[in-house]
Design a protein around this ligand. Structure first.
Ligand SMILES: [Cu+2]
Length: 134
C-alpha cells in the first residue's frame, strides 16, 4: 500500500469522524430533519400583482413535513423575488413569467416570506405569511 493511500485513508477517517462528532454533540436537537413526509403536498399558483407590491395569496397554510410547490407568476414588467429564510428559499421572479419554487416545510411555526429583489416603492410591503401546523 502506497503512502498516498494511507493519507487518503486518514483523511476519510477524519472526515467521517468529524461528521459523527457534529451529529452527536453539536447539531441542535430541535432542528428537524429536512425530509418530506411522503404524503402532504401543497401546490399553489401565486401571483405577484402588477404594480401592487403584493403576493396573491399572501397567506398559505400547510402541515409540517409537507412538500410546498409554488408556481409564482410575476405580472409586472420588472423583477421581483421571493425569499423565505427558514427554508432557504430565494428565487428571482422574472417579468411576465412563472417561476416554480419547491421546498419542504420542515419546521412548525409562522414564517414571513418577502420580495427579495429591490423592486420599487412598495418593495418592503411585499410580504406574506406561511403557517406550518403540526
Ligand atoms: Cu421587491
Amino acid at each position: 500500500m502506497g503512502n498516498k493511500y494511507i493519507v487518503f485513508l486518514l483523511f476519510a477517517v477524519l472526515l467521517i469522524g468529524s461528521g459523527v462528532v457534529y451529529e452527536k454533540f453539536y447539531r441542535p436537537k430541535d432542528v428537524g430533519a429536512v425530509a418530506w413526509d411522503g404524503v402532504t403536498i401543497l401546490e399553489r399558483d401565486m401571483v405577484s400583482l402588477a404594480n401592487k407590491w403584493r403576493f396573491e395569496p399572501s397567506e398559505l397554510q400547510t402541515k409540517r413535513g409537507a412538500k410546498v410547490i409554488l408556481h409564482i407568476y410575476n405580472e409586472d414588467t420588472y423583477d421581483h423575488g421571493i425569499g423565505l429564510d427558514n427554508f432557504a428559499v430565494n428565487e428571482r421572479l422574472f417579468p411576465k413569467s412563472t417561476t416554480t419554487v419547491t421546498f419542504i416545510a420542515s419546521e412548525k411555526g409562522e414564517f414571513q416570506f418577502y420580495c427579495s429583489v429591490a423592486c420599487g416603492e412598495g418593495h418592503y410591503d411585499q410580504v406574506g405569511k406561511l403557517i406550518v401546523i403540526e
